[in-house]
Design a protein around this ligand. Structure first.
Ligand SMILES: Nc1ncnc2c1ncn2[C@@H]1O[C@H](COP(=O)(O)OP(=O)(O)OP(=O)(O)O)[C@@H](O)[C@H]1O
Length: 310
């Protein structure tokens, strides 16, 4: 199979960037911010049927970024460019995968987009939410870290219920919170293990993939429209990684904007991405459609393999 040349790579990135630029220039979400095709039968719908409360946050979140550059100040006082001139967008109802070799800047891009950059990192460029420059308000966005910080002796249902008590507004009735907890359990495919303990080093509990889905469940309780995930499949076997990614795809299809960094996905997992943002040394190598795209698949293999050969 012939490897893509640098020229092909940059023309793919340029075409994607051009498309993104046009989208950014438009400056407003298509369809008044409402996801075309409506919501799926997942928790958003289940929950709305059971409550009279408005959803927290916007109806949908369309994120665009233009010319993003991140510089960090190192301990010796020198500066290092970690991201350089990145442009792209993520639409409601889509799942965008950030890929690239270790150190290529995936986590930094996620942090920049979710306003979580470290104190020694400086951002330039534009990030627009639904066509406007604004801060992510409470409930609009959620960030799922790589680590599952869960209490081993609680069951899945108890964990999600306690989190609901702590995170959801006081004015929300407990019956509504409970409806949300139950619909989130269904949405995350955790029904079968809802009454099983999380487990720890001396207590057998749920599997690694189920733990990851519980961590995601805790973050989607506030019904965020934007979901960022740092390596949600790391440390999972291929079947668990597939189920977690399938859940993320379903969350996206429920009208959310999902952006996740993914390291070395299997071909089955790759099939589930809507968009691929491929980075190498802090620069865009490819941005565009992922599934069914020969170019995206070949490029990601080239970038990951060339890194492994170094
Ligand atoms: N706040 C910071 N201070 C110093 N260096 C940083 C900072 N943030 C990122 N870097 C550097 O920028 C580069 C990119 O880091 P980043 O964590 O974004 O890469 P990554 O693609 O997510 O890597 P991995 O897959 O290994 O997690 C690394 O060389 C990292 O050391």
């Amino acid at each position: 199979m012939p490897y893509e040349t640098e020229k092909t790579k940059s023309s793919a990135a340029a075409a994607a960037a051009g498309h993104a630029m046009m989208e950014i220039e438009a400056g407003k979400p298509s369809g008044n911010g409402v996801v075309a095709g409506g919501l799926s039968h997942l928790s958003e719908t289940l929950w709305r049927e059971k409550t009279s409360l408005e959803i927290v946050g916007d109806v949908s979140a369309r994120l665009t970024w233009k010319d993003l550059t991140v510089m960090v100040t190192l301990n010796n006082g020198e500066t290092q460019k970690v991201l350089e001139g990145l442009t792209g967008y993520a639409e409601p109802g889509t799942f965008t995968a950030l890929m690239g070799p270790s150190g290529s800047g995936k986590s930094t891009l996620l942090d920049a987009l979710s306003s979580r950059l470290a104190a020694n990192a400086f951002l330039s460029g534009t990030i627009l939410l639904n066509g406007r420059k604004r801060k992510l308000s409470f409930g609009t966005a959620a960030y799922v870290t790589q680590d599952d910080n869960l209490i081993g002796t609680l069951t899945v249902r108890e964990t999600i219920s306690y989190s609901a008590r702590l995170r959801l507004p006081d004015k929300m009735a407990w019956s509504e919170k409970r409806a949300l907890v139950e619909s989130t359990i269904i949405e995350m495919g955790l029904q079968d293990c809802a009454d099983t303990v999380i487990g720890n080093w001396h207590l057998r509990g749920i599997s690694g993939g189920e733990k990851r889905r519980v961590s995601i469940a805790l973050e989607i309780l506030t019904r965020p429209r934007l979901l960022f995930l740092d390596e949600p499949t790391s440390g999972l076997d291929s079947a668990s990684a597939f189920f977690v990614t399938q859940t993320l795809r379903a969350l996206a299809q429920d009208g959310r904007t999902v952006i996740a960094s993914i390291h070395q996905p299997s071909s089955e997992v790759f099939e589930l991405f809507d968009q691929l943002y491929l980075l190498s040394s802090g620069k865009t190598v490819y941005f565009g459609q992922a599934a069914d795209t020969y170019e995206a698949r070949t490029l990601s293999l080239c970038v990951m393999n060339s890194y492994l050969l170094i």
